[in-house]
Each structure stands twice: as structure tokens, then as C-alpha cells.
Design a protein around this ligand. Structure first.
Ligand SMILES: [Zn+2]
Length: 266
């Protein structure tokens, strides 16, 4: 071990075993345990700069391992999030989509992933596959994702409300709102939503509106002008909440463009 005097009294300089630079430590030479300290230093002398680099390297390595584990678990995570197999896997290869099946729609979801979204469009414009593709990418970043159709969500809601468990419905909602992204597909169907369905949808929109919903809500469906009126017996507050909190858009299959949509207009 190389030892030099320091300008600062009570300190000495020793050489780092990693980089060889001198660094300052308290002068131990007259201590009671000088021998012990000296023995330790013979084996382990790391300057603050090397210590920091080591710590950073270790955390980068830890990050890399964690990412690798998540990537290995991705198929399982996709399944657990409720994303259907046909919205996340290539039909021919059976593998998870490596590229989005419909690029322009996936790009829109990715760019707007931090917002509440409403995307309309006819079948084949890639609403569901694109939302699920982006969701799978976000699963890799350890985001919590839930995919459900409105019909499925309503069924869960009804069974929670009639369950013997106390607060089952509240628990269901707080679990939903605690996700990072909730994709609700097939929001606009042929049939009018039941009154309990209206209640649930409004509860979600209201929680978004007042900020108690942590999750970003992505609503997908083939919305048409008047669909809010057809779906809700009291459409005005629904329209207002969509207008104030959601980016609403239409995926145009013909032009391959996403156009802003004003679903709230009468
Ligand atoms: Zn060093």
C-alpha cells in the first residue's frame, strides 16, 4: 500500500487498488487498531470514484437482469392482463407480434399512451391489436395492464355487486383504477347498455374526471354520430366527461390516418 501525507491534518492519502489514484482517508497509523486497519486496507482500497462506478455498474446489471426476466415472463404477463391471444400473437407463427399489425394505429396509441383515449373505427383498422401491441410493450416496462370487453366488464361488475363479499364492487373498481392502463373494448355495441352498465361506465368516467382513477382508460369501439345518445339515457354528462378528459379519434382504414373526433357533438 502506498501512503502519502495529505495537506489536511489528520488525513493521509492511499492508492486505490482499482485505478491507482491516491485518495484521502483518516490517518489510522497511531490508532489502537492500526494493524487491523492496515490489514484490511491491504486487501480492499477503493477510491470514492471507483466505489460509485461499481455501484452504478451493479445497478445497471441488476436492471438488465430484471428486464430479461420480464421479457421471459411476457407471454404469461400478456395472458394475465386479459389480452386475447388473437390480439397479441401472429396467427401464422403463434409468436407474440414483433411488429404492430396496423402501424398507423399502433403509432397513435404509443404517442398518446399517457392519456385517456377513445378510438373509433371500423373492424380491421387495428384498434384492438394496436392497443394490445402497445400494452404488451408497456408490460415490458412493468406497467400494470388490464384488457376487457365492455360486456365482460359488466358481467364482472354484476357478479361483484351480487356477491356475498362485502365491498366486492368497490374492490373491483379500486383494482381497475389502480392499473396503469385499462383497455375497454367493444364499448359501442348493437344493444343499448343496461342501466347497471350505464352506472359502471359513468362511474369510470367520473373517477377519471375527478382524478381518483390512476389508470389511463382506453375506450375502443365503432362509435358513430349519435352513439352516445343511443347508449346512454342521460348522454350530456357522458359527452362532457369524454370531451374534457379524453383524446377522441377515428382510425380511417382508407387513408391510414387518425383523425380527431368529436363524439360529444350532438
Ligand atoms: Zn479508484
Amino acid at each position: 500500500m502506498k501512503i502519502e501525507e495529505s495537506k489536511n491534518s489528520g488525513f493521509i492519502l492511499v492508492d486505490c487498488l482499482s485505478c491507482g489514484n491516491l485518495y484521502e482517508i483518516a490517518d489510522f497509523r497511531n490508532d489502537q487498531f492500526a494493524n487491523v486497519v492496515s490489514n484490511i486496507l491491504e486487501q480492499d482500497r477503493t477510491c470514492p470514484a471507483c466505489e460509485m462506478r461499481k455501484a452504478l455498474d451493479e445497478s445497471a446489471e441488476e436492471d438488465r437482469k430484471k428486464k430479461e426476466r420480464t421479457a421471459q415472463n411476457l407471454p404469461e404477463l400478456v395472458k394475465k392482463s386479459g389480452i386475447p391471444v388473437n390480439y397479441s400473437h401472429d396467427r401464422n407463427t403463434g409468436e407474440l407480434f414483433a411488429k404492430p399489425p396496423v402501424y398507423f394505429t399502433a403509432q397513435w396509441f404509443w404517442l398518446n399512451r399517457h392519456s385517456h383515449l377513445l378510438l373509433s373505427g371500423e373492424t380491421g383498422c387495428g384498434k384492438s391489436t394496436s392497443a394490445c401491441f402497445v400494452a404488451a410493450k408497456l408490460l415490458l416496462e412493468e406497467k400494470k395492464i388490464r384488457y376487457t370487453s365492455l360486456r365482460r366488464l359488466l358481467a364482472d361488475w354484476r357478479s361483484a355487486k351480487t356477491s356475498d363479499q362485502s365491498y366486492a364492487a368497490e374492490k373491483m373498481l379500486s383494482d381497475l383504477f389502480g392499473q396503469d392502463i385499462v383497455i375497454i373494448d367493444e364499448v359501442i355495441g348493437k344493444a343499448r347498455v343496461s342501466s347497471s352498465g350505464e352506472e359502471l361506465l359513468f362511474e369510470i368516467l367520473e373517477s377519471v374526471n375527478c382524478g381518483s382513477c390512476h389508470a389511463r382508460i382506453w375506450l375502443l369501439g365503432n362509435f358513430y354520430s349519435g352513439s352516445i345518445e343511443d347508449t346512454f339515457s342521460d348522454p350530456a354528462p357522458v359527452r362532457r366527461r369524454l370531451q374534457e378528459n379524453f383524446i377522441c379519434a377515428f382510425a380511417d382504414k382508407k387513408t391510414q390516418k387518425i383523425e380527431r373526433l368529436t363524439v360529444w357533438q350532438e
